[in-house]
Write a protein that binds this ligand. Structure first.
Ligand code: DSN
Length: 426
């Protein structure tokens, strides 16, 4: 492909000349990423190819509608990008239909409500404090304000999804939609059991696979796609694409979901992001990506096991996925303090409620750690053992002050790791 070498989209020098304040933010954010350990389970380091598509002139184009059926002229080129993204999503996930226009996971989730529910109707989903998501019927979200949400949780002893409760609540409430998935579920979900429950009560079965879809893409865990009516997801977590969302569904729901995305919930699609999603889906079809997805899980399991050896208990006893949820009650530290102490030492993670948490959400008794970013940097099992020791030291003996001796000592360990396994190597 011949292209104009003088301009293809982004131009950092031009930005720097016009707006050095924002140019500085771009550079200092890159510096922040490079100098610390990024353990936020929902983040990753997308490729230069993905970032290039994001920083392109496709951002300029209005293209309300779908390929071949737009409300604007001049859509011939963006139609190609969206068609590629749709075809690749269908191939990657073995799906009958794909819609790649959702601006985010939350927007994709809105479309599920829009397609299948009227205000006031019932949805059955996991509660947020047990591991669910804001858009699964919490009172502060549109989903809880406009719809009647019934929530299931986990079994106290195992901390795994309480399938008997799901079944009992489904029989009692006969919801329109049953949702599986969430933001802090370390274990695999039994999609067959959910499907059977949904079929018994005549509900739509929706899987919010935002967190684990990247592991599905790499064939490292079982796919929900054959079982669910609709699977929504984000593209920026383990999947390592642009910050965005998408959905795949059975053909019988294609028209309803397409109409729910546009024109019901969204206006013009972000064509630069759709092009970046197409690049991302192509990346996720490679053998290298499949190995990456397996490594993410192996690393996460090692990190959880090493933390357990050090006295920090992973809920459910471990993990099958990219994330572990750690219960800090045994070491007498809150999630809020742990997050601040880790941050001061260059370890970026988040406080998180654990099942049956006695603390408020903004304090929390747990932290959530994930391995997508450090695995992208090439770290493996030995490095996970080191990271566990660094987390343990920072959380148990550290301080929120970056100048505290323990913060500095842990940061030296972090620096040693990120120097050997750089993010965005030069
Ligand atoms: N905020 C995302 C997460 O961190 O899991 C979910 O939307």
């Amino acid at each position: 492909m011949v292209h104009d070498q003088t301009f293809y989209g982004s131009d950092f020098d031009a930005l720097n000349a016009f707006d050095p304040d924002i140019a500085d933010v771009l550079l200092s954010e890159l510096g922040r990423i490079r100098s610390g350990l990024q353990l936020i389970a929902s983040e990753n380091l997308s490729s230069p190819a993905v970032l290039t598509a994001l920083g392109s002139t496709l951002s300029n184009k209005y293209a309300e509608g779908y390929p071949g059926r737009r409300y604007y002229g001049g859509c011939s080129e963006v139609d190609k990008a969206e068609t590629l993204a749709i075809d690749r999503a269908k191939e990657l996930f073995g799906a009958e239909h794909a819609n790649v226009q959702a601006h985010s996971g939350a927007s994709a989730n809105q479309a599920v409500y829009g397609a299948f529910m009227k205000p006031g109707e019932k949805i059955l989903a996991m509660s947020l404090p047990m591991g669910g998501h804001l858009t699964h019927g919490t009172k502060v979200s549109f989903s809880g304000k406009w719809f009647d949400a019934v929530h299931y949780g986990v079994v106290k002893e195992t901390e795994n999804i309480d399938y008997d409760e799901v079944e009992a609540l489904a029989r009692e409430h006969r919801p329109k939609v049953i949702c599986a998935g969430g933001s802090a579920i370390p274990r695999l979900i039994d999609f067959e059991r959910f499907r059977a429950i949904a079929d018994e009560v005549g509900a739509i079965f929706w899987v919010d696979a935002a967190h684990f879809i990247g592991l599905v893409a790499g064939k490292a865990i079982p796919s929900p796609v054959p079982h669910a009516d609709v699977v929504t997801f984000t593209t920026h977590k383990v999947l390592r694409g642009p910050r965005s969302g998408a959905l795949v569904c059975k053909q019988e729901h294609a028209a309803a979901l397409d109409k729910a995305i546009f024109p019901m919930m969204q206006g013009g699609p972000q064509m630069h992001t759709i092009a970046a999603k197409a690049v991302n889906f192509k990346e996720a079809m490679t053998p290298e990506y499949a190995q990456y997805a397996k490594d993410v899980i192996a690393n996460s399991q090692q990190l959880a096991a090493s933390l357990l050896e050090l006295g920090i208990r992973p809920t459910t006893g471990g993990t099958d996925t990219h994330l572990a949820l750690l219960d800090l009650q045994g070491i007498g530290v809150t999630g809020r303090d742990a997050e601040a102490r880790a941050d001061a030492a260059g370890i970026v993670l988040n406080k998180n409620a654990i099942p049956f948490d006695p603390q408020k959400a903004n304090i929390a008794s747990g932290i959530r750690v994930g391995t997508p970013s450090v695995t992208t940097q090439g770290m493996g099992i030995e490095q996970m053992k080191t990271i566990a020791s660094l987390i343990h030291r920072a959380v148990t003996e550290g301080d929120a002050d970056p100048d505290h001796p323990v913060s500095q000592e842990v940061r030296a360990g972090v620096t040693e790791l990120v120097d050997r396994f750089p993010a965005y190597p030069r």
